[in-house]
Design a binder for this molecule. Structure first.
Ligand SMILES: C[S@@+](CC[C@H](N)C(=O)[O-])C[C@H]1O[C@@H](n2cnc3c(N)ncnc32)[C@H](O)[C@@H]1O
Length: 426
């Protein structure tokens, strides 16, 4: 948000905007590695530096260690000039000294001896140790390392085609004719992946409602709900509305989708999306999903989607600051809410109906753990598989996690997502 508004005010060229974005996201993402390296070169310790000086060193070191297109000496000179302008002679001298020593040191980081496997991954791939330990315990050391490495890769840009308006092939051809590097998604039959296309929300395809910007994994969720034209569908935690809109598209805009979100201002975003996409089957509401059972008819929905609030650890590529903001307690506390939400909204499902539980996290305490508890307490529900060519291919790649599938960021370079389908038997 802050970066976007600063960039909008700056008047920088498209190329420079891209570079600034990469520097900011990259430095946040690689912060632990950068601080580990700087710790060896800043004699008084980086914690004692003024925040702007610490950030200047991080940005410069990021360029030296991870970017080829800026020569290292140029990065150092630029940092020294900024330090002179903003600080005093002493600070610019220190910045110059630290960065020149870094240049002389060669390959970095130099890992200290005697580190555990998790510590090594944490430093090399810049992830908090608690997260690496958690993933190593959950998925094994090798997978944990692959997750961390994938989280440092820039996310791809993908769009979902509004098939009520245009076919994917037609839109793909239009994009390619316009000179864009666009290809079909390997994950979703509704997706197109676009490289270097700039901000697609500024295109007429977007304003005319032909596309929505959505991660490829996220596109799988509406597909797993498998809503049919004419059905009555509930989306419990729906804002900003990507999956509600996708479900309406799959239903050819026939039937009814009640898209609810706790926050009124967020429910407005869903209505805005529906309007832009020309979808009339979506109505919105803003209630606590825990209270939906007080106002909606029990057993009245053919399909329910609970795309639950979660720790978001599957989307670190897009939001690298999550690594530093989240704590293990956050996983535990959101898991309590997720369990309550699932128990509560399940009462609204018709017998024979399907409920999909999904999250954009990699934590099994929030995923298979929630579903396993629910199934234990609700014998009238059973997991139900889904057959489509794409889904079957996904099942070969994704991690089988209890009764659902767990996509990790390294599988297809898309967000980490969990999806489970549950059917109400009686
Ligand atoms: C993962 S996001 C949903 C994303 C959405 N399904 C989409 O595809 O655009 C979770 C949403 O749950 C909402 N939320 C959190 N707690 C809630 C609650 N108790 N009741 C209803 N919505 C809630 C949040 O405001 C947030 O918008």
């Amino acid at each position: 948000m802050l970066l976007n508004s600063s960039l909008q005010k700056s008047g920088l060229s498209r190329e420079d905007t891209g570079l600034v974005t990469e520097l900011v996201y990259g430095s946040i993402s690689r912060m632990l590695t950068l601080d580990y390296v700087l710790g060896d070169f800043v004699t008084k310790g980086i914690a004692k530096l003024q925040p702007w000086v610490r950030n200047l060193l991080r940005l410069s070191l990021y360029q030296i260690m991870y970017l080829d297109r800026i020569p290292s000496h140029a990065a150092v000179n630029e940092a020294v000039n900024i330090a002179k302008k903003r600080g005093h002679q002493g600070i610019s001298g220190m910045v110059n000294g630290v960065l020149r020593s870094v240049l002389r040191a060669g390959d970095l980081p130099v890992l200290k001896e005697g580190l555990s496997g998790e510590e090594r991954i944490s430093i090399l791939h810049s992830h908090p140790l608690w997260m690496v330990r958690r993933w190593a315990a959950e998925y094994g050391m090798e997978t944990a390392e692959a997750m961390c490495a994938a989280n440092n890769e820039p996310p791809s840009v993908s769009v979902r085609v509004n098939t009520t308006m245009i076919s994917r092939d037609n839109l793909l051809a239009q994009m390619q004719q316009a000179g864009m590097e666009a290809s079909v998604s390997r994950v979703s039959p509704y997706g197109i992946v676009v490289k270097g296309g700039g901000n697609l929300a500024l295109t007429s395809w977007y304003s005319d409602g032909y596309i929505s910007i959505q991660d490829e994994s996220s596109m799988l969720v509406a597909e797993a709900v498998d809503p049919k034209p004419g059905m009555n569908v509930l989306d419990c935690c729906a804002a900003p509305g990507g999956k509600s809109a996708h479900m309406a598209e799959l239903m050819k805009d026939e039937g009814s989708i009640y898209a609810n979100d706790l926050h009124e201002h967020k429910a407005k975003l869903i209505a805005d999306q529906a309007l832009r996409l020309g979808l009339e089957s979506i109505t919105t509401g803003s209630r606590d999903a825990l209270e939906l059972e007080d106002t909606l008819e029990p057993e009245s929905f053919d399909r329910i989607l609970l795309d639950a609030p979660c720790s978001g650890l599957g989307v670190i590529r897009r939001k690298p600051d999550l690594k530093w903001r989240k704590q293990p307690e956050d996983v535990a506390s959101v898991a309590v809410l997720q369990g309550e939400l699932l128990q509560s909204v399940a009462r609204l499902l018709k017998p024979g109906g399907v409920l999909v539980y999904s999250t954009c996290t990699t934590e099994q305490a929030e995923n298979s753990g929630i579903v396993a508890d629910f199934l234990k307490n609700n014998p009238g529900f059973a997991p139900v598989t889904f057959s489509s060519p794409v889904w079957e291919r996904l099942e070969e790649t994704a991690v089988a996690a209890g009764e659902g599938i767990q996509l990790l960021p390294q599988h297809f370079g898309s967000d980490g997502f969990y999806i489970a389908r549950l059917e109400r038997l009686s």
